[in-house]
Design a protein around this ligand. Structure first.
Ligand code: UD1
Length: 420
């Protein structure tokens, strides 16, 4: 069932509840390795990335079990009996690099294969290594794996990130939470998922301050207890994808259970393009009264425009009159979607990190392929707008990040099904 088929042309209408954030839960699953006792995670999306990450931590000695839908109980590993994350799992999920910090600081030993995940650029790990080495870890790269070791406890240090990498910030923050003394990480990522991880660590007894600003200060503690329950924040990218789909189809959709502030970079751009975006408590309603206008978009670290929404917005802009320009500043290889959109009638020129989109009157359905998770999301948006049927191959990429996708789309009036 690796194909999603859409019969396009229906404006999306209605309300839907947004699930928990993929990128927050992946980091928090890694952070459970730091704990002594069980923890119950709420608002966990049942997506393939979560299944893979659960499988990886289970192979390291943890035990995860779904207590009820979207509620996951995690028993952390008691010892480092298994310090090696298996390659066949790790290669599916780049976020498995977030095991390095927790495994090192808790057990002093780790081996993780590299890399995995979406094919959207080089995605080096130098900042992760620099940070963990700064805390006293020894890291060796050999045969496609990283081997990390520590001699006793890691030690707090002052670490400057050359770029505010989400993963490096998270890895170092987790490692420092059990290190001896104080760690200061400068020029950190300010993404909401980083803040959620910090909140989780603090709820477990860590002393992390400043998440959401440029500097995070961590006073290491000797152990993190665990126990209790923790609810994951809503997924701003899932919400954003439905908001863009609403605007693209000239629909009227309310996304519920969101944190509107996290979506402000997208809401602002949708408003600039002429869509109506209304905040109603913890919901956002997107509708279109007048024809949309072309816009320019530059991806930036949070609170800039998210790279994870870039492809979906490109799909939207294919039918907006005039010329729109997108500059991708985070990942150098994230325009592969342009070729697929061209197959559906889009007029897009890519020059390095810039894409120029000339609006056409409409897209038509075609056979296309997802090249990564968010490219797949963009093809969903394009297929919903297009005349006729669109068949999206490699749907497994989309399943990495969208919980109950068809059910949600159908509830909004979309015509969508799976093919083998
Ligand atoms: C996370 C998100 C991903 C999102 C990205 C940027 C998860 C699981 N994934 O990925 O969905 O698109 O943030 O918001 O949370 N870089 C280096 N050296 C490093 C690390 C990163 O040069 O050691 C570069 C990367 O190549 C990239 C940029 O920094 O150009 C941003 O990457 P980063 O913020 O680390 O993204 P991820 O944590 O991999």
């Amino acid at each position: 069932m690796d194909k999603i088929v859409l019969a396009g042309g229906n404006p999306l209408q209605g309300r839907l509840r947004i699930s928990g954030a993929k990128n927050a839960v992946l980091a928090i699953l890694c952070a459970t390795i730091l704990l002594r006792e069980e923890i119950v995670l709420e608002n966990v999306p049942d997506i393939s990335d979560v299944q893979v990450m659960s499988g990886i931590i289970n192979s390291l000695g943890a035990a995860t079990v779904w207590e009820e839908p979207e509620v996951l109980r995690v028993k952390p590993p008691a010892s480092a009996a298994e310090a090696e994350a298996p390659y066949h799992m790790v290669k599916k999920l780049r976020a498995s690099n977030l095991l390095l910090g927790p495994m090192l600081t808790r057990f002093g030993d780790v081996r993780v294969s590299l890399p995995g995940g979406c094919n959207i650029g080089v995605r080096p790990m130098d900042l992760h290594f620099k940070g963990l080495a700064g805390l006293g870890a020894t890291l060796l790269l050999d045969h496609g794996s990283v081997r990390g070791r520590t001699d006793g406890r890691l030690t707090g240090a002052r670490i400057y990130l050359d770029f505010p990498s989400v993963g490096a910030t998270e890895n170092i923050m987790m490692a420092a939470s059990l290190a001896e003394g104080q760690t200061l990480i400068e020029n950190v990522a300010k993404e909401p998922e980083v803040v959620d991880l910090a909140n989780f660590l603090n709820a477990m007894g860590a002393r992390v301050r400043g998440a959401g600003t440029d500097v995070i200060k961590i006073d290491g503690v000797t152990e993190l207890k665990g126990g209790g329950r923790y609810a994951i924040i809503p997924d701003r990218i899932e919400a954003g994808t439905f908001m863009v789909a609403a605007a693209a189809t000239g629909g009227d959709v309310t996304v519920e259970n969101v944190i509107p502030l996290h979506l402000e970079p997208l809401s602002a751009k949708l408003r600039e393009a002429g869509a109506v975006v209304r905040e109603e408590g913890d919901s956002l309603r997107v509708s279109v009264d007048n024809p949309l206008r072309s816009i320019d978009v530059k991806t930036m670290p949070y609170p800039g425009f998210p790279t994870d929404m870039q492809s979906q917005v490109m799909a939207l802009l294919t039918t907006v009159p005039g010329t729109s320009v997108i500059v991708e500043n985070i990942f150098e290889n994230r325009f592969m979607i342009a070729d697929e959109l061209k197959r559906m009638g889009g007029r897009i020129k890519v020059e390095g990190r810039m894409a120029v989109i000339e609006g056409v009157p409409g897209l038509y359905g075609a056979q296309v392929k997802a090249t990564d998770l968010r490219a797949g999301a963009a093809l969903l948006v394009a297929g919903l707008m297009a005349a006729g049927e669109t068949e999206i191959g490699n749907a497994h990429f989309i399943d990495r990040g969208y919980h109950r996708l068809e059910e949600k789309l159908i509830s909004l009036g979309a015509r969508v099904w799976r093919n083998t």
